[in-house]
Structures are given as C-alpha cells and as structure tokens.
Design a protein around this ligand. Sequence first.
Ligand SMILES: Nc1nc2c(ncn2[C@@H]2O[C@H](COP(=O)(O)OP(=O)(O)OP(=O)(O)O)[C@@H](O)[C@H]2O)c(=O)[nH]1
Ligand SMILES: [Mg+2]
Length: 502
Amino acid sequence: MVTFVDRVTLHLRAGKGGNGCVSVRREKFKPLAGPDGGNGGHGGDVVLVADPQVTTLLSYHHSPHRAAGNGGFGMGDNRSGAAGEPIELPVPVGTVVKDAAGEVLVDLIEPGMRFVAAPGGQGGLGNAALANPKRKAPGFALLGTPGWEGDVYLELKTVADVALVGFPSAGKSSLIAAVSAARPKIADYPFTTLHPNLGVVQAGDVRFTVADVPGLIEGASDGKGLGLEFLRHVERCTALVHVLDCATLDPGRDPLSDLDVILAELAAYPVPEGQTPLLDRPQLVALNKVDVPEAKDLADLVRPDLEARGFRVFEISTVSREGLRQLTFALGDVVATHRAELADAPAAPRVVIRPKGAEREFTVRVEGGSYGTYYRILGDKPVRWVQQTDFQNEEAVGFLADRLDKLGVDDALFRAGATPGAAVVIGEGDGIVFDWEPSLSSAAEVMVAPRGTDPRFAPSNRRTSSQRREQYHERMDAKAEARAELEAERLAQQGRTDEDDR
Ligand SMILES: Nc1nc2c(ncn2[C@@H]2O[C@H](COP(=O)(O)OP(=O)(O)OP(=O)(O)O)[C@@H](O)[C@H]2O)c(=O)[nH]1
Ligand SMILES: [Mg+2]
C-alpha cells in the first residue's frame, strides 16, 4: 500500500567550511618567498526545491537525516579546497517549511522554488589571502565555520483549484476519476480515501486541478472519523464542490441534511490568518448517482430547495457520465474568473527581507550569575570570527582581537561598564569566555616613557641648519689649521736635514 506522508521533521546538517592553510613558498635561492596557503572550500548547502514530480514527503519519512558535503582544506602553493557537495531535496509543490518553533520560514508554492534550509559553513582564508602590506607573512590561517545544523518541519498543503468535499462514499473519488486521469481507490465502504488525490481537468481551454479529500462525518471537528485534519489540503483551493449522495440507503440521511452537516463542520475549521474562510469561497453542489432511478427522483425533489439557498446545482452520475461536462465547465469558469481577479489585483507590496542585524552588527548584554557579572556579545560577525579562530595560535588570537576592536566591541564594553579583567562571553550558551583586556587604542599609551611624561613634548636635540653650517665651518677651519701645522713641521724638519748634510 502506498503511504501518504504529509508531515515530516527533517534533521539537516550543512557542510562545514574547510580550514585555510598556512604555508610559505620556497624557491631555490629564495627560501622564504612569501605566504602561499590556499583558502578552505565552503561547505555545501541543503536546499529544498519544489518539484511537481514529487507528491508526498514519504522519502523523508523513511530517511529524515540529510547532510551536505564538507568543504576541502586549503593547501600550499595557493591551492584552494574544493567546495562541499550541496544537496537538493525535492519536495512537493505546496510544502510549507517551518522551524523547530513552528514559525513559517517559507511556503514553496511555485514549482521550481528553492529554499536554502541549511546554509553551509564558510571556508577559512589561507595565509596568502590574509597577507597585506602591513602583515607580509601571516603565520596563521582562519578555520572553516560549521554549517547550519538543526531540524526543520515540512508540512504538505496540496495546491488545487477545486476541492471535493462530502460524506464518505458520496462518490468523490469516483468523480475525480471520471473527470481526470487520476485513478484513486474507489469502493463502497466509508473512508476508502485516506489521503488527498489530485487530478487535472481540462474544460474547454481552462485547465485546473481538483483534489479529493477523505470523507467528513458529523462531529469531524471534534475528531470523529478522520477529523478535519485533511481540510488543510483544502485551504488553498478557490472553490468547493459539495458531492451529495442521492442513493444512500442509510436512515436519517438525505442530501439536504448531509449538506448542513458538512457546512457546520467546514465552518468549524480555522483557516490561517489572511485567508478566506472556507464557506466564503464559491461553492457548487453536485447531486450524485442520478443513474439510479430513485436517486434521480430525490435529486429533482431537493434541487429547488438548494437553488433557493443560492447554490448552483448539478445533477451528475459518475457511472453514466451525465452532467459531468456542465459541472466541469462551470468549475472552469469559476477558476478562470478567480485567476483573472488575481491578475488584476494590485501586486502585493514587495517585502524586502533584510539580513538580520544589518544596522547593528552586535549587541552587548550584561548578565549576572552566581559567578558574578559577565558581558555577553551577540552578533553574527563576532560569533563567526570566534569560530574561525585557532586558539592554539597567538597570531590568530591577536587577529581576532583586532577585528573585534575594529568592530567597536571594546568601546561598547567600556560603555556597558566593563573593567579590565571582566569575563566576556561571545555567542549564546556557554560560548567562548575571555578575560577582557582592552586593546590599546591611543598612540600616547603605546610609547614607552616614565609615567607623567610624554616623549612627544620632550625638547628636541636635532641641530638647526644654521647651527650645522656653523659647525661645518668650525670643522673646516680646524682642518685647515691642522694642515698648516703639519706643513710647518715638515718644513722645519727639512731645514734641519739640510743643515745635517752640510
Ligand atoms: N450508482 C452509482 N454509484 C456510484 C456513483 N459514484 C460512485 N458510486 C459508488 O459509490 C461508492 C463510493 O464511491 P467513492 O468514489 O469511493 O466514494 P468517496 O466519496 O470517495 O468515499 P470515501 O473515499 O470513503 O470518502 C462506490 O461503490 C462507487 O462505485 C454513481 O454515480 N452512481
Ligand atoms: Mg474516496
């Protein structure tokens, strides 16, 4: 038996980003020829795709754990890691995706719509990419960040233009089989249909889809029979067709009271906000099984009453195919009119989804616990930067500190009242805990000088150019003097030797 699964919880894991690489290029006469560590590859995404070929969530019911591939590590010689293999999960058109808290994330209502349910992690930069004129040979690389991991909840809401509702065995499945190529199970016991069936109907040049939902009985809104559970599949339809059984032999049942029971049950069904209540949509009545003579008589009898209540009534037989053409053409008109209204309606204002925290990149929250106050920093960037840091590597930790300071984290901590040595946690939960040491931000503090002095105010000992000129002349004079002295000495000596020769 084919199982129809229309709700499932998926456990997804996107790929982890690959780590960047630290490497130094070596050449024969240049042993340290610069950094050449490549970047890590990005982790693969898990993507849900609305696929018209898929009709149930069955495959996810059997294997709800799905994971995308991890990014490859960067390597030396500027080789980047391979990107992780993404996975695409085909889901039926009309699948609503919710997060673990039940919040609607997306409604995959158009064929081909894609939704990245679990984004892959970022690959870490290698040391070649981290090099810049100031940091020529980085001795560190960034780690890849983990991919998104968690649960999403899928719920299938069939997308059909027309829904067939009615008591069990009224002939709903027989009708869908008579007007479309769908071949649902048909039998003369109640609750033959256990899941919605879809069929495509061509009426003139209008093509529309019809859904047959499991039968309703009195008290369905209290959970009797199959309950109202399957009316979820009716939520999106344009029009309803009440299929009324004119040939039932059950005592106490006739088309008029059947209709009242179904109307009461439909009225009890809460549609999601912003949608038209089921009973405010166009409704048609099909009096079925008129191939049976008694049924035909009964149909003729109740028809004026129903018309007086404002319904368009069709006498049909799925066996003799009587009245089917009129019914399908009338439905085609309703659907076409509705489609034209939708096309004419002014387009809904476009909703711009801004990335979260676009205006403020992080927040500081002061929290207290039995271990004293600590400061929690929340924001995508700081959290990601921590994930990218190899805490075994001092240079990498220094790089993290610089990044946090540049973002303004130190200033924000000051403003929040943190003092040096305070405990700072980055991220939710246990996160990473630091002892805060504010980075030095003013040049005066960096210069080494006794407390209370500032070398910038110390008198200069550089010579001015006039002083330099003076000194030059003094030195030249001294040289000339020394040379004259030497000359005199030489002459004096010569004189003495001349005397000796004599
Ligand atoms: N004579 C006659 N019998 C019909 C007609 N349409 C359906 N039936 C019979 O009615 C019985 C129930 O038909 P289904 O189509 O299974 O009824 P259903 O409304 O889908 O019932 P559930 O799925 O149980 O809610 C079957 O035995 C059909 O053969 C009809 O036009 N004439
Ligand atoms: Mg059925």
